[in-house]
Design a protein around this ligand. Structure first.
Ligand code: ATP
Length: 333
């Protein structure tokens, strides 16, 4: 069986982009016979950019409830909270000691933060913590801990998978073959949704449409999607429109073709947004009810996560023992 791994950072409320780009395809993949899926709540990763304890905690609940409400079958997958697996930070350290500093200097997320500082005339390392600097190593540990072979990612994450391969190879070379090399699976057919302001929808940008907003608020958010100033009757370009892009991610092919035509015939923005609301709301309505029930009963979520942690640790605990032994951290005599 192929091991597939996906994580979502617990730094905010899950949004339509997380759903379309990660959760929906992951739930579909978990139903395939030849996959063994590992899905996790990346709460150690959240601490890099979110230092509000309430937010990290609430986000963990919300993201867990989202996966469960959408029908993830936790008997068939390993669904866990990263921080329940104590072996992960320990493995991170073992890997850190095999990682060239120069490799981390080249990591996109760190470089982007440095560039932003320079553009603002700040000291280049202003506000950058070591978590951000070395998070590709934590990410490598996430994958290598479970010998994940397939890691579905967006294009921007390919570099991190390559770094994980690099780190794994060094470790294998030095201590013997312990790790399978993970492979990035770039799902080109999976859309990257734009947010309210037209940039990539992202928790960090505060431009999201949360997945399980109450109906009225969902409607309000959809109405806030930025559009150009074209009037009803004026033809609109579907391919540059966030409204159309989100429509396409939820609609059937026939519905997409119909909406494309409606754009070209000058559908009013208000009408297009109303239809988008109805489409999205229709698809998530039932799951939203389940989501609210789960949030009202956090003990049920916790029980699922504890079950997942037991399953994950059945892999990670003996494997870390093997690795400790390999590097020389063992009992004397
Ligand atoms: P953060 O700002 O904390 O990084 P995020 O909202 O950008 O959060 P992540 O938690 O980093 O999302 O990503 C979780 C998963 O959701 C990843 O697989 C990522 O590719 C996917 N994803 C995130 N944003 C989008 C989007 N706008 N469209 C499609 N997929 C997305």
């Amino acid at each position: 069986k192929q091991r597939v791994l996906t994580g979502i950072t617990t730094s905010g409320t899950p949004h339509l982009g997380n759903y379309v780009g990660a959760i929906r395809p992951a739930i579909a993949a978990s139903q395939e016979e030849n996959n063994q899926s590992f899905y996790f709540l990346a709460d150690y990763h959240a601490l890099i950019k979110c230092q509000d304890p309430e937010q990290v905690h609430q986000s963990t609940l919300e993201i867990a409830a989202t996966w469960l409400a959408l029908g993830l079958n936790t008997d068939n997958v390993v669904f866990y909270r990263q921080s329940d697996i104590h072996e992960i930070p320990e493995l991170t350290w073992l890997l850190t000691c095999q990682t060239a500093k120069g490799l981390m200097n080249r990591a996109h997320a760190y470089k982007a933060a440095v560039d932003a500082n320079r553009a603002d005339g700040e000291d280049s390392d202003f506000g950058i913590n070591m978590g951000l600097y070395s998070y590709p190593i934590l990410m490598a540990a996430d994958m290598l801990m479970f010998n994940a072979q397939r890691v579905p990612v967006g294009r921007d994450q390919i570099q991190h998978i390559e770094m994980a391969r690099d780190i794994a190879q060094r470790f294998n070379h030095h201590y013997g073959d312990h790790f399978a090399l993970p492979e990035a699976v770039v799902e080109d057919h999976v859309a990257v949704l734009q947010g309210l302001d037209g940039r990539k929808m992202s928790k960090s940008y505060g431009n999201t449409i949360p997945l399980f907003l109450p109906e009225k608020k969902l409607k309000k958010h959809i109405n806030k999607i930025k559009t150009n100033l074209l009037e009803p009757g004026e033809p609109k370009d579907p391919d540059t429109s966030t409204v159309f892009q989100i429509w396409k991610a939820f609609a059937s092919e026939v519905q997409t073709a119909e909406m494309r035509k409606a754009f070209e015939q000058g559908i009013a923005w208000g009408e297009a947004k109303k239809q988008l609301f109805e489409l999205v709301n229709g698809q998530i309505g039932e799951a939203r009810e389940r989501y609210n029930e789960l949030l009202a009963n956090p003990a049920e979520i916790e029980a699922e996560l504890e079950k997942g942690a037991d399953k994950a640790r059945a892999y990670s605990a003996p494997f870390l023992e093997e690795l400790r032994h390999a590097v020389g951290i063992r009992k004397i005599g």
